[in-house]
Design a protein around this ligand. Sequence first.
Ligand code: 13P
Length: 251
Amino acid sequence: MTRRPLIAGNWKMNGLAADGTALASTLAGKMKGGSDHPFNMLVCPPFPLIGKVVDAVAGSGIAVGGQDCHMAEKGAHTGDTSAWILKDAGCDYVIVGHSERRTDHAETDETVKAKAEAALAAGLRVIVCIGETLQQREAGQTLEVNRSQFQGSLPDGATPENTVIAYEPVWAIGTGLTATPGQAQDVHAAIRAEIKGKLGDAAAEGMRVLYGGSMNPGNARELIGQPDIDGGLIGGAALKADDFWGIAESC
Ligand code: 13P
């Protein structure tokens, strides 16, 4: 099975309505300007922009996602958003377990798994993020940390259709430091081996594993060219239409 690359933009806490809709409309125009693109494209704006971005990309094939969701369907959780609300707003995906959420909101693997399971129950596809810190890498714990986060965060019921893994080394996020293609490939291969052990050969063949961390149009081709790297989860470079599109074109 060939895995179709996913080029996913995580806008994080950036963009007012005018910026977000302009960016989404430009991408939609580029997407509609060609046919048979060899990738899927996803943008994940801040929650209040989701409706506007859904409208801006309508008919282009670009999917929209949330950056987080609560583990419950509804209730007294001030400030949180449920997977069901995201789905209702027009989202197809949600990111869970981003390192910024694990750090800023003390999210554990257990929390991330519960959120991912809520996402699947709501009918969303989920992007589960994992990745080691610089300290863990320097201590030689990279593979062990990623294996353990994968095992702890993977939702029950995960399939290649509903679940994407994103390997984001924390030290490469927003720093301009990118994992070398070899460093990234080593971790991606280890993650694929974990998928195989847990879900079997077909799931390991089909499940996409994205790389994230200072990906840009200059380094994307070599990263995405690695056998186990199936696209990118892109932060800074996803805020500029030309850069994000340039990454997609490297597929
Ligand atoms: P940067 O591309 O800005 O390093 O961010 C990566 C990321 O965290 C995407 O989720």
